[in-house]
Design a protein around this ligand. Structure first.
Ligand code: NAD
Ligand code: LMR
Length: 340
């Protein structure tokens, strides 16, 4: 995390044990998948979670039975792939993590997943809007630039939309940025705070190296680093050679973002994470959603920070990002209008 995680140590451990008893229900939709299983494991290990509800179109109860033997206090429930099973998984939930949907294969873009994942996310969003309209919804399913607007449109159509509670999880871009910089600079990645703004696919991923302590990274090194952060997902897709995309690193990223929200909702101050939310930053350009640094609080989004001072290099990246981002967002909105 950006600000709050700097305090890790005795202080934070105290905060952890002091708040661990507060009830927090976390639901994972797509819990038996490549991301869903390790993400559910990490949530089972999180002392801030009191109930973990697992739902998938196949295998949810099995994963739940397995995780339920881990000796942490949270209660794990597995739910049948039926409307009532989905409702039970969602009812009373504080945080709904959505990694349901198909992953990429080599040669595909995230946008190529739209035809399958858009309707999966729309239908799960409908269920969440009905069963837990006040929950924080954390969208992992790709293409995030479109699936987050889809969730927002569904919630609007049911008159329960709260822009402070719908998030696209872009934390994996932040993890990659800090890890890849640390490899270049031979530093501890935990000390690297690199804001990543824009969206979550290719050129819409905009790392702001000038805002890190490494504004001395320039030239070809900066080109290579930027490209690696923007296309890190492709690196994993290629390496898995048809068996899917990032799952373990994504689980860690999703668990970190969920933990940040849990911390914020349980009173920890200055919890700041980059995330893709409805935002005023580029509304004048007709772009309603963008990832930027966000302060999280008990009500979800507490404060959206401006992009801030950036280099000419980053401005060019951002200009390219906004062109694609607008198309991706509009595509999601149009989809729900045409396929309510
Ligand atoms: P996976 O195929 O391994 O798992 C997906 C799971 O979703 C499966 O278990 C499947 O049964 C389940 N599912 C499908 N339709 C469902 C429905 N209607 N309701 C409930 N569950 C349903 O895929 P994965 O590797 O876990 O990836 C999942 C998604 O996450 C993909 O869209 C992928 O592109 C995306 N992803 C996003 C990020 C990110 O940074 N936001 C990172 C990695 C992957
Ligand atoms: C990632 O960044 O790893 C994910 O969005 C999965 C993908 O398709 O690359």
């Amino acid at each position: 995390m950006f600000a709050a995680r700097r305090t890790i140590g005795l202080c934070q451990r105290r905060a952890f044990s002091a708040t661990a008893s507060q009830a927090s229900k976390v639901t994972v939709l797509g819990a038996a998948g490549g991301i869903g299983q390790p993400l559910s494991l990490l949530m089972k290990l999180n002392p801030r979670v009191s109930q973990l509800a697992l739902y998938d179109i196949r295998g949810g109860p099995g994963v739940a039975a397995d995780l339920s033997h881990i000796n942490t206090n949270s209660v794990v429930t597995g739910h049948e792939p039926t409307p009532s099973g989905l409702h039970e998984a969602l009812q009373g939930s504080d945080i709904v993590l959505i990694p349901a949907g198909v992953p990429r294969k080599p040669g595909m873009t995230r946008d190529d997943l739209f035809s399958t994942n858009a309707s999966i996310v729309r239908d799960l969003a409908k269920a969440a809007a009905d069963s837990c309209p006040n929950a924080n919804i954390l969208v992992i399913s790709n293409p995030v630039n479109s699936t987050v607007p889809i969730v927002a449109e569904v919630f609007k159509s049911k008159n329960v939309y709260n822009p402070k509670r719908i998030f696209g999880v872009t934390t994996l871009d932040v993890l990659r940025a800090s890890r890849f910089v640390s490899e270049i600079k031979k530093t501890d990645p935990a000390d690297e705070k690199i804001p990543v703004v824009g969206g979550h696919s290719g050129v819409t991923i905009v790392p702001l190296i000038s805002q890190s302590k490494h504004s001395d990274i320039t030239g070809e090194t900066l080109d290579r680093l930027t490209h690696r952060i923007q296309f890190g997902g492709d690196e994993v897709v290629q390496a898995k050679a048809g068996a899917g995309s990032a799952t373990l690193s994504m689980a860690q990223a999703g668990a970190r973002f969920a933990d940040s929200l849990l911390q914020a909702s349980q009173g920890v101050k200055d919890v700041i994470e980059p995330t893709f939310v409805e935002s005023p930053i580029y509304k004048s350009k007709g772009i309603d959603f963008v990832a930027s640094k966000v302060r999280l609080g008990p009500n979800g989004v507490e404060e959206i920070f401006p992009i801030g001072e950036i280099s000419e290099y980053e401005q060019k990246l951002l200009d390219a990002c906004l062109v694609d981002l607008k198309k991706n967002i509009d595509k999601g909105i149009e989809f729900v209008k045409a396929n309510p």
